[in-house]
Design a binder for this molecule. Structure first.
Ligand code: UT7
Length: 335
C-alpha cells in the first residue's frame, strides 16, 4: 500500500541520524566453539563475520536512548514533539518502550509509543511519524529502531544463532516542504499474515524460522516494494544512487539489487560487522554510511525492508545535507 502525499508544507524531512551498538562482539570463531557450524558456512551463506551482542546490563531501552542521543546531538531536544520506537524485542510486554525512552531523553509529556513490524519496523515507524507530521500532531518527531534480536534464538540453534545481533538507530524528522532534499517519498508498506509462522517466537530463546521460504519472500517483496517506492517519487530504478536494504543476508540483498538492475556498487551493506539487527538495521546502516562517506548529500536513496509478519516496505528520498548548521536552522524553524 502506498500512502497519499502529505498536505502542502507538512512533508517529513530527515534531518539527523544516530546509531548505537553494544561494545561486545561475537565472531564466527566464537560461535564455532559452541555450535555445529563453520566460519565458512556462515560467511558464504549470510555474509556475516561478527555481530554485536548486548550483555544483561544493556537493554533495548538503553540502546534506543544511546542512538537517539546521538541523533539529537545537534538539535535542541525540546523541539521533538513525538517519539515512535520500532522494536520486536521490548524490555517488557507492557508498558511500551517509547515512554521510558522519551523520559530518559528529557521529553516526558510527548506522545510516545512502539511499533512492532519485525525487521520492517523502522519503515513502519517512519511512515507513522510522517503521518503525525502530516496530521499536524508534531512538527518534529524522533524515530528509533532498536532490537536485541540475539535474545530470540534458542542458544543451541545453529540455523538462527549466527544470524542475529543487537543495536539501535534513530532519525529526527521535521516538517518541511515537498521539494526539499531529505523529504520522505510515500512509504510503501505491506503485510501477509498467511506467512505468520515462517518467522515466529513465543518468547525469547524460542525463535523458529523457515529460512529458505523467508529467503524467497524477502527477495520478492523487497524488490516489488522498491519498484513501487521509486515509481511513487517518479524515479526510474536507474536513477537510484544508493540502495539501503535491511541487512538480513548479503545474498538476499545482492539478489534484490540484481532484480532491480541496481549496480552492486550502489548497494550499501554492513551485515559482515553487525548481522541482522532487526528494526535497527536500516538506520544503523544509514548512520555508518554517512559517517564513512558512502552516503552523502544528493544521493537518490532507496530504503527497503522485509521481516516477520510477514511485513515489507520501501521508501525513496534524496539524501540531505546533515551538517549541523542546516540542522540548527531546521530546528529553529520548528520552534
Ligand atoms: O530479517 C528477515 C528475516 N530473516 C531472513 O530474511 C533470513 C532469510 N533466510 C536466510 O538468510 C537463509 O535461508 C539462511 C541463512 C537462514 C539459511 O541459508 P540457506 O542457504 O537457505 O540454508 P538452508 O536453510 O537451505 O540449509 C542448508 C543446509 C541444511 O543442511 P541439510 O539439510 O542440507 O543437510 C542446514 O541444516 O545448511 C545447514 N545449516 C547449517 N550448516 C552449518 C543451517 N545452518 C547452518 C549453520 N552451519 N549455521
Amino acid at each position: 500500500m502506498t500512502a497519499a502525499p502529505p498536505p502542502a508544507g507538512r512533508a517529513a524531512v530527515v534531518c539527523t541520524i544516530g546509531a548505537a551498538l553494544p561494545p561486545r562482539t561475537v565472531s564466527n570463531a566464537d560461535l564455532t566453539a559452541r555450535l555445529d557450524t563453520t566460519d565458512d558456512w556462515i560467511r558464504s551463506r549470510t555474509g556475516i563475520i561478527r555481530r554485536h551482542v548486548a550483555g544483561a546490563d544493556l537493554s533495548t531501552t538503553d540502546l534506543a536512548v544511546q542512538a537517539a542521543t546521538q541523533a539529537l546531538a545537534d538539535v535542541e531536544p525540546t523541539t521533538v514533539k513525538a517519539l515512535v520506537v520500532a522494536t520486536t524485542t521490548p524490555d517488557r510486554c507492557c508498558p511500551a518502550t517509547a515512554p521510558a525512552v522519551a523520559t530518559r531523553l528529557g521529553l516526558t509529556g510527548i506522545p510516545a509509543f512502539d511499533v512492532a513490524a519485525g525487521c520492517t519496523g523502522f519503515l513502519y515507524a517512519l511512515a507513522t511519524a510522517a503521518g503525525l507530521i502530516a496530521a499536524g500532531t508534531a512538527r518534529t518527531a524522533l524515530v528509533v529502531g532498536a532490537d536485541r534480536l540475539a535474545t530470540l534464538p534458542a542458544p543451541g540453534d545453529r540455523t538462527t544463532v549466527p544470524l542475529f545481533g543487537d543495536g539501535a538507530g534513530a532519525v529526527v524528522l521535521r516538517c518541511g516542504s515537498a521539494d526539499e532534499a531529505g523529504v520522505l517519498g510515500p512509504v510503501v508498506l505491506g503485510s501477509d499474515g498467511t506467512g505468520a509462522d515462517l518467522i515466529r517466537a513465543s518468547r525469547p530463546g524460542a525463535l523458529h524460522m523457515d529460512g529458505a521460504d523467508v529467503f524467497r519472500h524477502a527477495i520478492d517483496r523487497m524488490s516489488t516494494a522498491s519498484r513501487q517506492a521509486a515509481t511513487a517519487v517518479g524515479w526510474d530504478l536507474t536513477d537510484v544512487d544508493r540502495l539501503v536494504p535491511h541487512q538480513a543476508n548479503s545474498r538476499i540483498t545482492s539478489f534484490v539489487a540484481r532484480q532491480l538492475g541496481i549496480p552492486d556498487g550502489h548497494r550499501l551493506g554492513n551485515i559482515a560487522e553487525v548481522g541482522n539487527t532487526g528494526a535497527a538495521s536500516i538506520p544503523l546502516l544509514l548512520a555508518q554510511a554517512v559517517a564513512d562517506g558512502r552516503l552523502g548529500p544528493g544521493h537518490r536513496t532507496l530504503l527497503t525492508a522485509f521481516g516477520a509478519g510477514l511485513t515489507w516496505g520501501a521508501v525513496a528520498l534524496t539524501w540531505p545535507d546533515l551538517s549541523p548548521t542546516r540542522l540548527l536552522k531546521g530546528a529553529e524553524r520548528d520552534r
